[in-house]
Design a protein around this ligand. Sequence first.
Ligand code: ZN
Length: 201
Amino acid sequence: MPAAVAGPEIERLIQLLARLPGLGPRSARRAALHLIKKREALMTPLAGALQVAIEKIQVCKICGNIDTQNPCTVCTDPRRDGSIIVVVADVADLWALERAHATNGAYHVLGATLSPLDGVGPQDLTIEALVARAHDPRVSEIILALNATVDGQTTAHYITDLLQEANVKITRLAHGVPVGGELDYLDEGTLSAAMRQRTLF
Ligand code: ZN
């Protein structure tokens, strides 16, 4: 443990920043110094934005998105197609799909994927609420937009089994060659999935 170079308040700021994803102790120290130098231009507005976030941010009671209004902006947008529900593991996935303008459907955030090894079971996910939403007669398709990992696919199979009773079409994202991808660089699993899921040209 290196000797502290600043008072406990600054050390605490560095320690908190170091807990952010993508920031190690070194970058946290750099970020803290930057904030301190830009106290008026950056640190004060950041503190204000964090305070507003603490007061106003809520989890959407319909889809599980995070927003300052509840139901969230996506759920209350009349232009969205409520007959489609896109199921994602995390809010980050929802935001990624929104950035890509990938769908006009509604969302359902599970909160995680099933992971028996880490002790994450169905009760830890919002699966019950999803099943209830899928039984709404206005819903016609459930798109499983889950990670192409063992946990993601386990979750997809589990949900598909549960939704057999619901009168909905269940689809999942295609697995295959990424946009801009070169075949020579792909792993065998991706390549064989792309071949299996080939489409008519
Ligand atoms: Zn919502």
